[in-house]
Every structure is written in C-alpha cells, then in structure tokens.
Design a protein around this ligand. Structure first.
Ligand code: ADP
Ligand code: MG
Length: 572
C-alpha cells in the first residue's frame, strides 16, 4: 500500500526533491541557531569586539532571511506537491469511474463516489505533502536537538527529556478522543449534506405537500447534532493545545531553574544555559508535528485504501485485446440461446433466441418486469450475457470494441437525461462538434424547431438543472434530435412515448417514424397503437419469448397479444 502511495510522487520527483531538501536545510538552520546564540554569549561577548559582533549579527540575519525564504518554499511548494498528487488521483478516479460498467453503478451510491472524489482525496493530498516530509524532519530535529543537548550537559538533557513521555501521553490521549470526535463530526455533516440534497432536489414535492415546516424541523435536528459534534471536537482540541502549552512552559521553567543551579556550580556556562532553553523548545516541536501526523496518517491512509479499492475495480465489460473497430454495421441482430441475470442466481432471460434482420422495426410488448429493457441493454453491451451470444452482421459483439459498437446504436428512453446547459449543447451531445446548421437540421426533423424559435434566447436557452424547464414531450423531442445527429444504423426506443399525452405522442410518433427509417429499430411500447407499423412483434413474458409474428397474424392466433390488444381497446 505504501509503495503504491509513493508511486504517485514519481511525476513530481523534482518538486519533491526541492521541497524535501529545503525542509532539511530549514531544520538544520533551526538546530544551529541555539548553538550560535550560545557561542555568541560565551565566546563573542567577552572579547568586547564590537565589529565582530556586528559582523556575526549580519551573518545571523542572513541565516534568518534564508531560513524564512526556504520556509516559504517548503510551505508553498510542499503544498503544491500535495495538490498535484491530489489532482492526479482525482483525474485518475474520474477517468476510472467513467469507464465502469452499468453493474458498478447499479451497486454504488453516487454520494460515495462524491466523497471519494472530494473529502478522501483532500485528506490524501495533505498526507502526501506532510507525511514523509514531516516525519523525516521531526525525527531529524528531535534526534539532533537531543544529541546536542547531551553534548552540552548530560544531567540537564535527561531532565529535559523527561517531558517527552508526558507529552506523548497527553497527545495520544487527546488524539484518541479527537479522532472519535472527528469521526462523529464527519458522519453528522454527511447527514446534513444528505438532508440538504434531498430537500432541495425534492423541493417541488415538499412544497406541493406544503411540508416545508416538516423539512425545516428535520434539518434543524441534524444541524444541531452537527453543532454538538463540532463543539466536542473543538473542546478536545482546546484542551490539548492548552495542555501542551502548559507542559512545555512548565518544563522550560524547570530546565531554567535546574540549569541555573548547574551554572552556579560551574558545570554550565551562561551561553549554554540560554542555548539549552532554546533547544528545549526545538525538542517540543517535532512531538507536536508527529502528533499531527498521527491524526493525518490514519485519515489519509483510510482514504487512500478506499481510493485504491475503486481504482483496482476492473470494469466488467471490457474490450478484448484484438477487438475489431467496426466502421459501419448494417444491423442484422441475432440472439443465440442468450441467458442473463443481474444477480448470479436469478436469471432474467433464459435461452432467448431472436433474429432481427437489418432495416426491420421490431416491437417488444409484454408485462412490465418481463425483461424487455434487459434484452435491449445487452445489445450495446451495457451488460455481457452469461451464456449464449449476440451477433450483429454475423460478428459476436464481444469481438468489437465497445466504442465502435456503441457508436452504431442509438437509444431513446422514457426519461431523457439532460445536462445542465443550453438547448444547443444538449442536442449537440448526440455528436460532439456538430455545427449549428447540423443542430438546427436535427431540431427541425425532431419537430423541435417551432418551440426553439418561440424562445427569446433560441438555441442558447438554458434548460435548467437536468432539463427542468422543458416539458416531457420537449425533452423527448430533444432526445430524438440527438439521435438524428448521431445517425446510428441501430435504434432502440424504450417506452419513448409512454409518458406522453395523446396529442404530444402523435407529434413525437411522427418524428420517431422518420427517425426509424432505414434503421434497424427495436421499439418497446406500452401502448399498442404505437407499434402498429412494426414489421414484427415479439411478446416477452417472464418465461421468455412467448409469441412472435406480424400484427394481424398475432391477433388471429388469439394468444397473449390478442388478449392484450382486446383489453387495451376495450378501455379506450
Ligand atoms: P421490462 O423492461 O420488461 O419492464 P426489465 O428488463 O427492466 O423489464 O427488468 C427485468 C427484470 O430485471 C425485473 O425483474 C427487474 O427487477 C430486474 N432488473 C432490471 N434492471 C435491473 C438492475 N439494474 N439490477 C438488478 N435487477 C434489475
Ligand atoms: Mg423496461
């Protein structure tokens, strides 16, 4: 795990080297300073040589200025290193998530991906910067300071070091309590976030039930809980910093008094006493740093573990090594003994055989939950079949690259997903880089043009979050316009007109009929009127394909379809 962590430093080797070496120099200067002061008092002052004093002071000034400059580098470039690593990881994660197959998204909560991309990576970035650097510097300063103190006076050094176990105890105790408090705080803020997201995205439902007070009440409870958790965290934090302050001051005093006694007995010079007191403070710093690391490390590493878990998840549907890039498919689709299930022991489709000649329109009907959508999502390889095979133009779809296969298939669903942005951007999503003329042509063919012209901003109209400002029929036509742009030989219409009123349905039906021309089209339809023009009808039930044939043929057969037909028309 640690090895993999360090791999992310590779592209930023130079920055790391610069940052790390600057940090070492800063630490060395810090170690040298008390020695210089001791020498100043003991050796330089008694000579009374004012010129030398001025010269040495200038030297010390140079030391200070360089140290300040290097500290700036360590702070700024060191954090840059952390941010760079964080950005790389975030890019990799997003790239990886985009490649995942449908099943991954079936089983992963969006919120969890979000927190990986934001919180986890921020913790990792901090650890990446502070982890190795601070650990090294802290150990170096601690050992260095203690060693110098030993050489100055062993007795005093031993007294000074007594504080360490006390400090470590205090810090560890506070850390344990602090971790608990942070954890609670994170969990509580997640609840607050979830509540805000839910209420805001569902605000239309909230207001239509006039449940605002209820929502405010629920939110207020979560908000107060978070306040309490945060207060606990800050209480521990304040206790810890006050405790550390008190201990360090107290020990400085002890060292001062004991050192004074030693200097009376002639064991310690005045300069060394001052130097010693300064070293005591150098000694405390690393302990503080390591205690901060003790908090950072588990947080960052836990985040990194979750990150790696995601990164190691191979997409389920992958291109074969020698997958073929197809330019164009005619659209001869064949299912051969296809068996498929979302979960291992619960097959949804079993032994499906189906043949759809290129250019035909085939309609799928049957009870909801029978597997119509599932059949259609196997064709673009959103999921791979468990057994059997699907071929297009005689080629097994697993032999083709996913990209080229999917470029030949267009899908229009009942709920159209639109992105926040303009009408033009959303239509052009069908073929990135389409010109304004092409977009307008697609809109015209999808019978969307009149609507767009009626808007003051036309194609540049913002459609709101997920197309909130469009009606169901408008969204549907936008989806059809996308398809005209994409122009795929194979088309899947999954209940594309189910949620529409009759009048809108008629316009959209017209657009769809035009769209289906010269394409292999699979239509899943609720309303049987919409499939009258299909070349063939396939009746899907939970037991598989029950009937197959032309419209009139199936009515004559007097089976399931005939029954469905009769029931629907009786009600109208
Ligand atoms: P239809 O389109 O005919 O209404 P579907 O193909 O959507 O039916 O669903 C067929 C069966 O598969 C249903 O029992 C449904 O619950 C199940 N199913 C559909 N999608 C998923 C999924 N992503 N994960 C698990 N089960 C699913
Ligand atoms: Mg369906």
């Amino acid at each position: 795990m640690i090895k993999r962590f360090f791999q992310y430093y590779k592209p930023h080797k130079k920055l790391f080297a610069l940052d790390f070496s600057s940090a070492i120099v800063v630490a060395l200067l810090e170690l040298a300073f008390p020695l210089a002061v001791a020498w100043f008092i003991d050796s330089l002052l008694p000579t009374g040589d004012w010129n030398a004093i001025v010269l040495v002071s200038l030297g010390l000034l140079v030391m200070y200025v360089s140290s300040t400059f290097l500290q700036f580098i360590v702070n700024y470039w060191g954090h840059m290193l952390g941010i760079n690593i964080e950005t790389d990881m975030r890019h990799q994660l997003f790239h990886h998530v985009q490649r995942q197959s449908f099943r991954f998204f079936d089983n992963t909560k969006t919120g969890h991906i979000m927190s990986r991309v934001t919180n986890d990576l921020m913790d990792i970035g901090e650890l990446a910067h502070h982890g190795p650097e601070d650990l090294f510097i802290a150990v170096m300063t601690f050992v260095g300071a203690f060693w110098i103190m030993l050489t100055i006076n062993v007795k005093l050094a031993v007294v000074a070091i007594l504080i360490v176990p006390l400090l470590v105890w205090l810090i560890t105790y506070c850390n344990i309590r602090m971790n608990k408090a942070w954890k609670q705080m994170y969990s509580d803020i997640a609840d607050v976030n979830a509540r805000v997201e839910d209420s805001v995205s569902g605000v239309r439902v909230v207001q239509s039930f006039t449940n605002e007070e209820f929502e405010i009440g629920r939110f207020s409870k979560d908000n107060k809980k978070f306040r309490l958790a945060k207060l606990v965290a800050y209480k521990v934090m304040s206790f810890s910093s006050s405790g550390i302050y008190m201990m360090t001051r107290f020990f400085t005093l002890v060292v001062l008094v004991f050192g004074a006694w030693l200097s009376f007995t002639g064991e310690l010079s005045y300069g060394n006493l001052v130097g010693f007191v300064l070293y005591v403070n150098v000694l405390f710093k690393p302990i503080d740093k390591i205690s901060a690391l003790m908090e950072l490390y588990p947080k960052g590493m836990a985040g990194f573990k979750r990150f790696i878990e995601l990164i190691d998840m191979e997409p389920e549907v992958l291109d074969k090594k020698d997958a073929v890039e197809v330019e164009y498919l005619r659209g001869d689709i064949k299912f051969k003994d296809v068996t498929f299930g979302y979960e291992n022991n619960r097959p949804v489709l079993q032994g499906i055989n189906l043949q759809i000649p290129a250019g035909e329109t085939v309609a799928f009907v049957g009870p909801s939950g029978a597997g119509k959508t599932t059949i259609c999502s196997l064709i673009p390889r959103f999921y791979d079949v468990n057994e059997g095979s699907i071929t297009i133009d005689g080629m097994d779809i697993r032999e083709l690259t996913k990209k080229s296969l999917r470029s030949q298939i267009g899908i229009v669903q009942q709920d159209v997903f639109l992105f926040t942005g303009t009408l033009r951007e959303n239509i052009a999503y069908g073929r990135l880089g389409a010109t304004q003329e092409e977009v307008a042509e697609a809109a015209r063919r999808a019978h969307l043009e009149d609507f767009i012209h009626s808007l003051p901003d036309g194609y540049e109209t913002q459609i709101g979050e997920r197309g909130l400002k469009l009606s169901g029929g408008q969204k549907q036509r936008l989806a059809i316009a996308r398809m005209f742009l994409k122009n795929p030989p194979i088309l899947i219409l999954d209940e594309a007109t189910s949620a529409l009123d009759t009048e809108t349905e008629m316009i959209i039906q017209k657009a769809l009929t035009e769209l289906a021309k010269n394409r292999t089209t699979l239509v899943i339809a609720h309303r049987l009127a919409t499939i009258r023009n299909a070349d063939r009808i396939v009746v899907v039930t939970e037991d598989g394909i029950a009937e197959e044939g032309g419209h009139d043929e199936l009515i004559e057969q007097g089976g399931i379809f005939a029954n469905l037909h009769r029931v629907q028309y009786q009600h109208q």
